[in-house]
Design a protein around this ligand. Structure first.
Ligand code: ZN
Length: 320
């Protein structure tokens, strides 16, 4: 009997481990047939279902949906361009084509300039150090009750997720509790970096980089961890060239830079994409940010200085 039990436990363990597994993950373009129409960016198999990652072309919000084939209209990317031409998502994507030249900080670096505040982006590059939880505690303490949940954008790497399960659970807990509204952004799986190499052959520009893996493996890791990838992408090191930038666009993604990297002393403006690192490697930027929110406490109470959700901010900017 004990032997039978242990075998059934083993089978159960295998089943729970594999039932949620993602397979056949791929770039897939299309639209849902139901209204309001959503654009489809990815397709995969999970739990014997065909699942899709969709983006709302008006709000830039993404979702994971399980749809029968009859509810899906397959389209080429140029057909999506025609059909959703006037939507904020397509306008933002078209705007990116003019932002592909810089070696550093290409992509969208400022959104809606009429905002009374900015969007906060926090990078989780691979790190051996624990998550800097103080920044999240300070954020919640400073912005609630004026903003609850507090909107933040977190860019995440596969290697960070592999070694920080408890920190990731902590962040998901803050979101589940209604303290944070997190926009999750792909920051590549490995985020390779060699301090001896010049930027032109570093990060994703390192020879032999498999861009497909860097993007799609990270999205799968995000989904396996219960995170829904947004339509944004942040280049590791904020480094790209025209070729790699344009390839990222072919995945339907919107690269984001930053015009206010606090550790580099760049001050936030209205609609800025502010950048800090909470992976334990940038205490200066975190200290600057905490100082900044303390200085602004009266303005936060008066709601004249706020944090903005990135998808909405980009959608609003594309309509101006
Ligand atoms: Zn990074």
């Amino acid at each position: 009997m004990p032997r039978f039990l242990s075998i059934s436990c083993l089978i159960l363990l295998i089943c729970t481990k594999t039932s949620g597994q993602i397979s056949n993950y791929r770039v897939y373009f299309g639209a849902t047939r139901t209204q309001p129409q959503q654009i489809i960016l990815r397709q995969w198999q999970q739990n014997r279902e065909t699942r899709y990652l969709t983006v709302n072309p008006q709000t830039l919000k993404t979702a994971v949906v399980n749809l029968p084939a009859s509810a899906v209209q397959p389209l080429s990317w140029p057909q999506i361009g025609q059909q959703f031409n006037r939507t904020p998502y397509l306008r933002a994507w078209q705007g990116e084509q003019q932002r592909d030249h810089n070696l550093q900080d290409a992509g969208l670096e400022r959104a809606d300039t009429t905002e009374r505040g900015f969007s906060l982006t926090i990078d989780l590059c691979p790190s051996h150090k624990p998550l800097d939880r103080s920044v999240f505690e300070q954020l919640i303490a400073s912005f609630e009750p004026e903003e609850k949940p507090v909107p933040v954008t977190i860019t995440i790497t596969g290697l960070w997720m592999e070694s920080h399960a408890q920190d990731l659970a902590y962040l998901k807990g803050l979101a589940n509790r209604g303290d944070l509204d997190i926009t999750w952004v792909n920051h590549s799986y490995h985020h390779r970096f060699d301090p001896r190499l010049p930027l032109a052959v570093n990060f994703l520009l390192e020879p032999n980089t498999n861009l497909n893996d860097e993007i799609l493996l990270n999205e799968q890791a995000m989904l396996s961890n219960g995170l829904i990838p947004s339509p944004f992408f942040r280049f590791p090191g904020l480094v790209s060239d025209k070729a790699v930038f344009d390839r990222v666009l072919t995945f339907g993604l919107l690269p984001i830079g930053s015009d206010a990297w606090l550790a580099k002393n760049q001050q936030p403006k209205q609609g800025s994409l502010v950048l800090i690192h909470a992976n334990g490697n940038e205490p200066l930027g975190i200290a600057d940010f905490i100082k900044l929110i303390r200085q602004k406490s009266t303005a936060i109470r008066n709601k004249t200085w706020l944090l903005y959700e990135l998808p909405t901010s980009v959608a609003d900017a594309s309509e101006k």
